[in-house]
Design a protein around this ligand. Structure first.
Ligand code: NAD
Length: 466
């Protein structure tokens, strides 16, 4: 055996799994075809947060007079905005390289493919530096991630100029004057928010009846209103049927309510979901089961093929970095015989637009669909002292409780920095906290998090500040 564990893919699923494997005493290698840190650190979560911060900083300038601050003339240098985002990605990429070294994890740069081996499949890597290397490990963990779903048949695929996926949208030379974003999931909404902040005329097209369709309906509605206030336009219940490009822009054919219409713009961003990276890995030859571009796994990452596991995006939804890391740690601890807890912890979801959106657990509708009797609480930020002092009046906190047990089963937030607050509720649901325990928790004053407390109180008719 060359290694105990080989991890394929070094995104937040793969590199975290490799670190944990090394901590557990496994001789570990990680194979990466592109850049350490995967999409998240290089082309996803992190560089988009850098872009959004620049957008927000610029947009906030127009409100500074509300705070008694005068700015004569604001402008931005787009190339510097992009440069900063790339630098941030580079810094984190270097950080992963450091972590691999620190944990004595061998990094193999190249494209991995699996072949039948002794026990676990053999990993054959076409090396970046040329040639190939074959390695056998006791356990192979696939963490190859996912990519933007494209639909070339109707023109929803990047063309290197006018049609972008998240990847092209992160490094253009200039901001488009007019932009159509196709899809209103987290990716679509974050880019719509960023380009709107820098002055683009943005229209978001969503096939389903509301934006951010996975969120609680009240949050979707509030987000729609808040984004419209910032000048974003929406076409919901409108499905893109065809996108064509010309030298000057894009033309997008929509179907809404049985009628067809056409939108024109300089650029389109395609954000219609993602597809797992399952191709060219030799999975078919090994008999790995693939459904809807994802590897089918048991409750611990096992694929049914001896010694082969899959975690993170390639193993299916939710396609979130923190889910990938969590699954990876679980998988390697299971391999080590540690009997980790089942993968039932609630997974929070965050959208880093302006305003931000964050949620965990069941929506009100999902709880009702499950036949649960529920109690729902709400508290708006507009009456929260810290929010008023900060001029961050937008949004609210909504909580959903199981009436029978008093357990918190869902929390849905929209507003400033709610992506930093959601962890409080995630912890509460993970620890199966009840309304009584949440009410007994002391929230610091003055903070926006007091709205979390008030939302709990509201669900039980005890709200204090309304
Ligand atoms: P998504 O699946 O969340 O959203 C895609 C949207 O496109 C859907 O609402 C769908 O109805 C719509 N759509 C599909 N085809 C369409 C058509 N022809 N016309 C109009 N609308 C159409 O996908 P995404 O936003 O691309 O994100 C992919 C994944 O990555 C998501 O699971 C997301 O959670 C994750 N992600 C998370 C973050 C974050 O946590 N902040 C950021 C980026 C991505």
């Amino acid at each position: 055996m060359d290694f105990d564990v080989i991890v394929i893919g070094s995104g937040p699923g793969g590199y975290v799994t490799a670190i944990r494997a090394s901590q557990l005493g496994f001789k570990t290698a990680i194979v990466e075809r592109e850049a350490l840190g995967g999409i998240c650190l290089n082309w996803g979560c992190i560089p988009t947060k850098a872009l959004l911060k620049s957008g927000e900083a610029y947009e906030n300038l127009s409100h500074l007079s509300d705070y008694g601050v005068k700015v004569e003339k604001a402008s931005f240098d787009f190339s510097k905005v992009i440069e900063r985002s790339r630098k941030v990605a580079g810094q984190l990429n270097a950080g992963v390289a450091f972590l691999m070294k620190k944990h004595k994890i061998e990094v193999i740069e190249g494209i991995a493919k699996l072949e039948k081996g002794q026990g676990a499949p053999k990993v054959v890597v076409a090396l970046k530096a040329g040639g190939s290397r074959s390695a056998q490990a006791k356990h192979v963990i696939l963490a190859t991630g996912a990519r933007a779903r494209t639909i070339p048949a109707i023109g929803l695929a990047p063309d290197g100029e006018r049609v972008w996926t998240y990847r092209e949208a992160m490094v253009p030379k200039t901001t488009p004057k007019t932009l159509v974003v196709i899809g209103s999931g987290a990716i679509g909404i974050e880019f719509a928010s960023f380009y709107r902040a820098l002055g683009s005329e943005v229209t978001v097209v969503e096939a389903l009846p509301r934006i951010l369709p996975v969120e609680d309906e009240e949050v979707s509605k509030a987000a729609h209103k808040a984004f419209e206030k910032r000048g974003l336009k929406f076409r919901v219940g409108a499905s893109v049927k065809k996108l064509t490009t010309s030298r000057t822009g894009v033309s997008i054919e929509l179907e809404a309510g049985g009628k067809t219409e056409t939108l024109a713009a300089d650029v389109a961003i395609v954000a219609v979901g993602i597809a797992g990276n399952v191709e060219d890995l030799g999975l078919e030859g090994l008999g790995v089961k693939i459904e809807k571009s994802h590897v089918v796994t048991d409750g611990h990452g096992g694929t049914g093929v001896a010694g082969l596991y899959a975690i993170g995006d390639v193993a299916g939804p939710p396609w979130l970095a923190h889910k990938a890391s969590h699954e990876g740690v679980h998988c390697i601890e299971h391999i080590a015989g540690l009997k980790p807890a089942n993968l039932t912890s609630p997974i929070p979801g965050c959208t880093y637009s302006n305003p931000q959106i964050a949620s965990v657990g069941l929506t009100e509708a999902q709880a009702k669909e499950q036949g649960l009797a529920i109690k729902v609480g709400r508290f708006p930020f507009r009456v929260n002292g810290k929010a008023i002092a900060s001029g961050e009046l937008e949004g609210f906190v909504k909580t959903v409780f199981d009436e029978k047990t008093g357990a918190l089963i869902g929390a849905h937030l929209i507003g400033a920095e709610v992506t930093e607050m959601i962890q409080g509720f995630t912890l509460a649901i993970t620890l199966e906290a009840t309304e009584a325990e949440l009410m007994a928790t002391v929230f610091p004053h003055p903070t926006m998090s007091e709205a979390m407390h008030e939302s709990v109180l509201d669900a039980y008719g005890r709200v204090l500040h309304i």
